[in-house]
Design a protein around this ligand. Structure first.
Ligand code: ZN
Length: 150
């Protein structure tokens, strides 16, 4: 078990030190949404570029603790190139993993979380769960705004 925890810690550190998809996109056409977690001082800015129902590109800005920033990096890598239906499945499965989803166990999408599993340990620290879910909630809002604007 400790081997797995070491691997998870390495993945989280790697995304914190070398964040994926860092930067900005011109908005519009991209949708820009800010998310804040005042409990910890985390700030995430998401630039989302949709091509129909596919995430063509995503960029991440902002600052905050290592959990919030590495989670945002992992999220961006996980959703880029995916359909909105796949993104929704990932979002629901990720929240269910952290016990903050609102679905019954048999409704949880059976998708592979891949590297996102590395944040499973955050569940043991309730005060940090909002750090891990901030980027996903901000992405959810960005999708809502991007699709409402059509
Ligand atoms: Zn935080």
């Amino acid at each position: 078990m400790s081997g797995l925890e070491d691997l998870y810690r390495e993945i989280v550190l790697d995304h914190y030190k070398s964040p994926r998809n860092r930067g900005e996109l011109e908005s519009p056409p991209a949708t820009r949404v800010e998310g804040l977690n005042p409990l910890c001082g985390d700030e995430i800015v998401i630039y989302l570029d949709l091509d129909g129902d596919t995430v063509r590109d995503i960029r991440i800005g902002g600052q905050g603790c290592s959990i919030s920033q590495s989670s945002a990096s992992m999220m961006s890598a996980a959703v880029k190139g995916r359909s909105l239906a796949e993104v929704d499945d990932l979002l629901r499965a990720f929240k269910a993993m952290l016990n903050v989803g609102d679905e019954s166990p048999d409704e949880i999408p059976a998708v592979k979380l891949g590297e996102l599993e590395a944040l499973r340990g955050v569940m043991k620290f309730p005060s940090r769960i909002k750090c891990a879910t901030l980027s996903w909630n901000t992405l959810d809002q960005a999708i809502t705004e991007a699709t409402a604007a059509r």
